[in-house]
Design a protein around this ligand. Sequence first.
Ligand SMILES: C[S@@+](CC[C@H](N)C(=O)[O-])C[C@H]1O[C@@H](n2cnc3c(N)ncnc32)[C@H](O)[C@@H]1O
Length: 249
Amino acid sequence: MNDSEDINSEQSSLTVTDSQEAAVENACRPIRSFVRRQGRMTESQKKAIDDHWAKYSLELKSGLLNPEEIFERTAPTIIEIGFGNGHSLAEMAKKAPEKNFVGIEVHRPGIGSLLIEAREKALSNIRFYCDDAVDVLEHCCGPKSIDGVQLFFPDPWHKRRHHKRRIVKHSFVDLISAKLKPGGYFHMATDWEEYSKYMMDVMLERDDFRNQAGQNNYSPRPDYRPITKFELRGERLGHGVWDLVFVKK
Ligand SMILES: C[S@@+](CC[C@H](N)C(=O)[O-])C[C@H]1O[C@@H](n2cnc3c(N)ncnc32)[C@H](O)[C@@H]1O
């Protein structure tokens, strides 16, 4: 089995065309933590994208994010990477109107779902990027400008040969470290035990973060984190859940 067929079997929603596209993409670009795919879009997701994209979207090409201008206020800014269908992001934004939420996701149907909920819940404290989070962090987030980064249930890329695609690695944590304010937090959650240990190992090697739960400990799920769609799927498969909350020194 070649690498792109293998990716195909891991992400069952991919089509052959998607995997061919991925192979071409990989030949010309750095290794990404996702495979870009169209996915099926419902009529309501399409409509939400047509009607509300402009109001809620942020553009990589616009450069440095200025939350005060975008949200027209001074408030803590939280970034969520890979928000999936956006349900948990919309829930958090509703529960914490005093905070600004910036979601980053590459999967357009998920963005459609987020826009539907943002309208239904009349949320004004939410925006999104449809781009690679690594690029957004690098080019759009100023140094020491972010109050929290959330990474809930990143793709585990189970197979050893795909581990290079995992988003959590020192270069990624370096970026987060540079963009977080001192006292800001980096919160990861996963339902894949081996990935949780890997996350812990990476964070243990760092002296720029403090584990909120104490050395080597996982955190209980904080009240602010809703149960996500991917987490529910893991639960049905009998997986556990591990939360890791680290504070920037
Ligand atoms: C396993 S899903 C989890 C979704 C959601 N957080 C949940 O718990 O239901 C991971 C999501 O991360 C997105 N993703 C992966 N790498 C990304 C990246 N570099 N930038 C933005 N989104 C990414 C994928 O498109 C996918 O929707």
